[in-house]
Design a protein around this ligand. Sequence first.
Ligand code: PMP
Length: 435
Amino acid sequence: PDPKTFAAGPKSIAAFQTACQLMPGGVNSPARAFGAVGGTPLFIDRAEGPYLHDIDGRRFIDYIGSWGPMILGHRPPEVIEAISKALERGTSFGAPTEAESRLAQQIIDAVPSVEKVRLVNSGTEATMSAIRVARGATGRHKVIKFEGNYHGHVDSLLVAAGSAAATLGVPDSPGVTPGASQDTIVLTYNDHEGVSNVFAEHPGEIAAVILEPVVGNMGCVAPTAEFLKTLRETTQRDGAVLIFDEVMTGFRLALGGAQEYYGVTPDMTTLGKIVGGGMPLGAYGGRAEIMNQVLPAGKVFQAGTLSGNPVAVAAGSATLERLAKQPPYELLESLGQRLAEGLDAAATRHGVDHVVQRVGSMMTLFFHHGPVSSWNEASQCDRERFSRYFWGMIGEGVYMPCSQFEALFFGVTHTEAMIDETIAAADKVLGRLQS
Ligand code: PMP
């Protein structure tokens, strides 16, 4: 079927035409423009729990969750209340507050590698700063990253990046100078020998290794045990800083993120998304000895006018408090199992080449024959088929990530009945794909 059959409603189409006159591509971040699947993005009016409502008055079960933050669903009462209370006192002071220490303590209590933390405004700021601190602390230049891993739009990391960069086929962006990326070494995810070889070739030269400990940005790809073990051992032996980019996985796979889930503790961790409870907030932290290099304790410069913003801190703090008091991880695991099994069975029933990959509440249905463990495999997926699946699901009232190279997310307000509704929708759509 023609994807246009399921296209956005007339109000979204008109709104997108207006937006395209005003903002590049009509959006403020490329992934949401539906570029990978063609067509017009849905313009959102409001959201509640697991549902998104577009401006054409249609309702969708939301499996993007603002690309990760909404683990408690949209508008969780305790978070909305915390934001309202914060608003009564002011929206920004540019001066320290006790609420920042409270959130810092919550992060330190939850995330094994974090002894000290700094709050920033986005995941990009977190990774950019962590790389600078790792270089400053070690006095070394080189950074290892992995193909298909996305760490925000940091110049030195925008090389072979996943997410929208992969989707749009711009692994190297114009405007990133050779100078900015010349110290970045790109390796294959899950290739532990590649890591050992590079450390053998460049002893004492590598400042940091940064990775998504479970990848979301080339679709959901789990690390092998051997890979994580090699990373931890080689960095430790060489004196390089191991950075887990837990912007997606932090507070999602476990309260302590992927490092708790896999029992591997890095030297530094970057956080975003859930840590801000749906407000713009990121964080980076790690061993005290490393974090004490940051100004004004140390000499590595990093700053932010709105960093530690009281409204964002209130939202993040209320979210982490709820996750610590009522851990949702068993519930999310069982919902995830149900959804993964259902999607897998539906695709198998209709003879669609596929693999479902999942860790907790992160999941991707890849249109790929056999498992996906690296970018090379992810990039061989049938993206045309994905696009028809995506638009088919929109037609059924299910809002999935609009790219094969993104993980879907769900949260505590998704019910078993909604999961079953989603599986039934996928069954219909996958059936039509073969025609
Ligand atoms: N790291 C990872 C693993 C991410 O998934 C993202 C965003 N999707 C970022 C960093 C960048 O975060 P932000 O978009 O908040 O700058």
